[in-house]
Design a protein around this ligand. Structure first.
Ligand SMILES: [Zn+2]
Length: 123
């Protein structure tokens, strides 16, 4: 059995709606970015007020675990775009395909994939 875990650790500033949207967006990205075949993918997402950026992505302590942090004060579309951006970084970690700091690819894909997801109307 495939064991993809998407563990949410949420601050109280995250609404039910934000959590739902995050979960769906992350699941969509896992499929779209070809990550479904990786076992033991563990993604934790925190929503909190950030000062200098919209989001960040770092590796966790365990194998293939990643922590995404997303700024809470965004419009829903920017919020989704930020999650997608950070999921591109997750893909770069998992598949070990960084080019430079990875920002070029993440910035290129975030808008394109946000449009795609929006058209599918799944949120
Ligand atoms: Zn980035």
């Amino acid at each position: 059995m495939r064991s993809i875990k998407i563990n949410g650790v949420w601050t109280c500033s995250a609404s039910m709606h934000e959590k739902k949207v995050a979960r769906k967006t992350i699941q969509w990205c896992i499929k779209r970015l070809g990550l479904s075949r990786f076992r033991k993918l563990n993604i934790r997402m925190d929503i909190k007020a950030l000062k200098d950026c919209w989001g960040s992505c770092e590796e966790g302590n365990k194998d293939r675990s990643y922590i995404i942090t997303v700024d809470s004060g965004q419009s829903i579309r920017n919020y989704v775009r930020t999650i997608i951006h950070e999921m591109v970084h997750v893909k770069q970690y998992v598949r070990n395909e960084w080019t430079g700091d990875g920002e070029k690819e993440a910035e290129k894909l975030e808008e394109k994939l946000t449009d795609e997801l929006w058209k599918e109307n799944i949120l």
